[in-house]
Design a protein around this ligand. Structure first.
Ligand SMILES: [Zn+2]
Length: 281
């Protein structure tokens, strides 16, 4: 908690990195793209890296290559899934490397969380207001990204990842670091009772820190803080959790916002990768 964990990188402002993670764990890279520095046209201008939103595939692939070049990653490292606002996670093995990189058809299907311990695999996931969750467990050199809109948040996808790491890899929650990325802030996220009821079911105390009632049974919801609380309950120490203050809805000059742009827009890419030298043989 405290300082803003995401910092703009490079002169074009194509992406933000997470210096606190990259300094603590120099064997990884982690960040999120902005909408700047790509070749896509309106309403996707310009660094949209998602194939599923109606943008020209050729432009999307050029944008992906640009992002990989910036990170000195080969183009075949790009690995992504087809996100469905669910809670399914996928352990990305070397055999999955490159899935989804050229077309939707071979992306890892129906998955909203990807994690890996393989170097040189660029795990990518897509956002326009939803909450990106980043995870690191240094003892296993395991990294992961999960996509949490309100449905994924209610499904508790972040806690599910923590639990899966503990069960399958004996990674203890207390050693996990998590970062909650730029996404729609409470200032811009008005929801109806149907959403609030499910958030309250997930966390009975959510009214105290994440829900502000408006008129007409509408509410402002702080989805980032709901995720932060869920990760704490899952056993990640509070001091290991950082939360971005960036609101995508307030900053459509910098980010894509599904809400503010009427649903027709591009996607930011939240990504993580282990560097080549991280490979342990
Ligand atoms: Zn806002």
């Amino acid at each position: 908690m405290g300082m803003e964990p995401f910092q703009l990188k490079d002169q074009q402002g194509t992406h933000m990195t997470i210096p606190s993670l990259e300094e603590r764990f120099p064997w990884l890279m982690a960040g999120i793209t902005t909408r700047h520095g790509g070749v896509s046209h309106s309403p996707y201008q310009s660094l949209n890296c998602a194939l599923h939103v109606g943008d020209r595939a050729e432009d999307v692939l050029n944008n992906r290559k640009k992002l990989l070049d910036i990170h000195r990653m080969p183009t075949d490292a790009w690995t992504c899934g087809n996100q469905v606002h669910g809670d399914r996670l996928h352990y990305v093995k070397l055999s999955d490397r490159g899935r989804g990189r050229l077309s939707q058809a071979d992306a890892i299907d129906q998955v909203d969380g990807l994690y890996t311990d393989q170097a040189n695999v660029f795990i990518a996931s897509f956002y326009a207001d939803c909450v990106p969750l980043y995870f690191v467990a240094s003892s296993h050199r395991m990294i992961g990204v999960a996509h949490a809109g309100w449905k994924g948040t209610v499904a508790n996808i972040g806690a599910k990842l923590v639990s899966e790491w503990r069960q399958n890899f004996n990674i203890q929650p207390r050693e996990v670091f998590a970062v909650i990325g730029p996404s729609i802030g409470q200032c811009c996220y008005e929801v109806d009772r149907r959403v609030i009821d499910q958030i309250r079911t997930l966390d009975k105390s959510s009214d105290q820190y994440a829900i502000t009632p408006l008129n007409n049974d509408k509410y402002l919801l702080d989805l980032k803080q709901v995720n932060a609380e869920s990760l704490k309950k899952a056993g990640i120490p509070a001091e290991n959790i950082e939360v971005s203050t960036w609101c995508t809805g307030c900053h459509t000059d910098l980010f894509y916002s599904h809400r503010k742009e009427g649903g027709q827009t591009g996607r930011m890419t939240a990504y993580m990768a282990l560097k080549e030298e991280a490979t342990r043989t």
